[in-house]
Ligand binder design. Structure first.
Ligand code: SF4
Ligand code: SF4
Length: 220
């Protein structure tokens, strides 16, 4: 019993000395750890962290949304009517959509970077920002659209008006085609004959014009 007691003390002493010897060696060697967050590691080039969208340059093509393997990008574009010109992106692409919403859920993002490659304007990019932890998972859904609710409502109203006008134009054209198709053949022939006569007259005057001098200056 007494033998075990002294044996344990000896083993404890040896272990403590060995531990101090090992630890003390590191007092004089270069450290590989850093004191985060006071110190920060230098990030490699092309590092992939939080995404950012320069929304003024987004043309609403949805290439990024389609490329994302985890569906964390959601875009709600509204087609701009012909009467409105939103100008071009800084890369020169015309902007055909308003963006009622453009969200990226960084809680789902796997940082693959596949969304950035097909962007025609280069406006969706990975940034070096990696400190964005949050207590609420919903805080990780980033909204990039800057449209207010009033602006969205106005854009939707203009879009619906445009759709209505297009539908009316289409219906008018279809009615005109139907009316033309319903004309009796005699009437059609009469009209066709008058059109052919006008065409022949036109050709005759063109031939006469060719025989005449090109300008009065040449005659002198
Ligand atoms: S980095 Fe990958 S997962 Fe994240 S939004 Fe882009 S495509 Fe989706
Ligand atoms: S690919 Fe680029 S331009 Fe197209 S919707 Fe995405 S961010 Fe906008």
């Amino acid at each position: 019993m007494i033998k075990d007691y002294f044996s344990n003390i000896a083993r404890g002493t040896v272990t403590t000395v060995a531990a101090f010897t090992t630890a003390s060696k590191h007092l004089f060697t270069r450290s590989f750890t850093i004191q985060y967050p006071r110190e920060k590691a230098e990030l490699p080039d092309r590092t992939r962290h939080r995404l950012h969208v320069v929304i003024e340059d987004c043309i609403g093509c949805k290439n990024c949304e389609r490329a994302c393997p985890v569906d964390c990008i959601k875009i709600e574009p509204i087609k701009v009517p012909r009467s409105v010109d939103l100008g071009n992106s800084s890369a020169g692409n015309p902007i055909p959509f308003w963006l009622a919403s453009f969200t990226i859920d960084m809680a789902k993002c796997c940082y693959c970077g596949l969304c950035t490659d097909p962007c025609p304007t280069g406006c969706i990019q990975m940034t070096p920002i990696y400190e964005f932890s949050s207590y609420e998972v919903t805080d990780l859904v980033y909204q990039f659209s800057m449209m207010s609710e009033e602006e969205i409502a106005e854009a939707l109203r203009m879009f619906e008006e445009e759709q209505k006008r297009k539908a009316e134009e289409k219906a008018e054209k279809a009615a005109a085609r139907a009316a033309e198709a319903a004309q009796p053949p005699a009437e059609k022939t009469e009209r066709q004959q008058s059109e052919s006569a006008a065409a022949v007259q036109g050709e005759g005057s063109a031939e006469r014009a060719e025989d005449e001098p090109a300008s009065s200056g040449e005659e002198e």
